[in-house]
Design a protein around this ligand. Sequence first.
Ligand code: NAP
Ligand code: ZN
Length: 352
Amino acid sequence: MPHAKAYAAADARSPLALTRIARREPGARDVQLEILFTGVCHSDLHTVRDEWRAVMPTVYPAVPGHEILGRVVKTGADATKFKVGDLAAVGCLVDSDGTCPECTAGLEQFCANATFTYNAPDKHLGGVTYGGYSDTIVVDQRFALRVPAGLDLAGAAPLLCAGITTYSPMKHWGVTKGKKAGVVGLGGLGHMGVKFARALGAHVVVFTTSPNKKEDALRLGAHEVVLSKNADEMSKHAGSFDFILDAVSADHDVNAYLNLLRRDGNLTLVGAPEKPLSVSAFGLIMGRRSLSGSPIGGIAETQEMLDFCGKHKIVADVEVIAIQKINEAYERLLKSDVRYRFSIDMASLKSE
Ligand code: NAP
Ligand code: ZN
C-alpha cells in the first residue's frame, strides 16, 4: 500500500501536524495526482474542530482539504480522460453512485451515495477519506476536473470549492444583467461571489463587518459596499435585492438581509455556522421572499465554472502559505483576516 505525507488533526483540540496516510494504488479508472496547491476552506476548520458534529461528526485523524490542484502522475488502464503530466483538479466530491436520478441529472452533490473528499467513509480502504493537505491523492477520473490553460495555479485551487459553491446558486437563481445581487461576508467564498456576480453582469453590493475591506470589495468588482453594522446604510437598500448570497461562517442575523430582498427575492445560505440561525416569519411572508441553501455543485457544472474562469481570467486572490503555517492560518480565518483565500504550496511538504 503506497503511503503519503499529510497534515492531520488528531482530535478537535490539537493543532494539525505531519502524519503518514495510506492511499490506494490507482484502479482501472483512477488517476493519481501529485498535489501542487490546496486551498484552505473554512469548512476544513469547522471539520477539524468538530463544529458540525450534530450533522457530520468528525472522525480522527482528520486530513482536510477539498480545493485540490495537481499534476497527473499515474493513470489506470481505462482512465483516458488525462495523460501523465496534465494538470487536474479535485473538489469536494470523490465518488457517487453514478446511476441515481441526481447523478443522471449531473447533480452528484445530492447523490445519497456521494463520497466527500474528506471525513466520509472510504469504500476502498475503510476508515474515512483523506483530503488535500497531502502530497498526493487517488480519485476516479470522473471526479477529476480539467484546468483551463493560463490560470495562476495557486489562485485556481480555491475555485474547486469557493468557486463552485458561489457560482452554482448564482446560476440557479438567475443572477445576470439587470439584477441586483448582494454578497454577505467578504471571505474566501464571498470574494469569489463578488467576482462571479460581476462577471455575470449584475449590480453587486457587498455587506461586510470589516471596514478595512471596503476598498478591496470595490477592487474585486463590487459596485457598492455596505458596513452591515451601520443600520442607516442597511436601510437604504430595503426591499431592493433580487438575490443575496450569505457566505458568513459564524452566528449572525439573517433577518437584516431578508428585509433587503424585493418581492420574490431569494437569500441563499452557503455559509454553514455551527449554531442554528433564527428566522422571522414576517421577513419571508411580506414580499413572498425565500430563504434557501446550496451545497457546492455537480461535476459538469464545476467544469463549466472552471471554463468560465478560464474565459474571464478569474481566480481567487490568494495568500500562498507553507503547510507548516496552517495552524496560524486557521487562527487568522477565525478573525476574518484572510485576503481572501489561503492556498497551501504543497512543495513545502517535501521538506518534512
Ligand atoms: P471565511 O473565508 O472565513 O469567510 C467568512 C466571512 O464571514 C469572513 O471573512 C467575514 O466577512 C464573515 N464573518 C465571519 N464571522 C462573522 C460574524 N460573527 N458576523 C458576521 N460576519 C462574519 O470562510 P469561507 O471559507 O468563505 O466559508 C464561509 C462559510 O461557508 C463557512 O461556514 C463554510 O463552512 C461554508 N461553506 C459552505 C459550502 C457549501 O457548500 N454550502 C462550501 C464551502 C464553505 P467580513 O469580514 O466581510 O464581515
Ligand atoms: Zn470548502
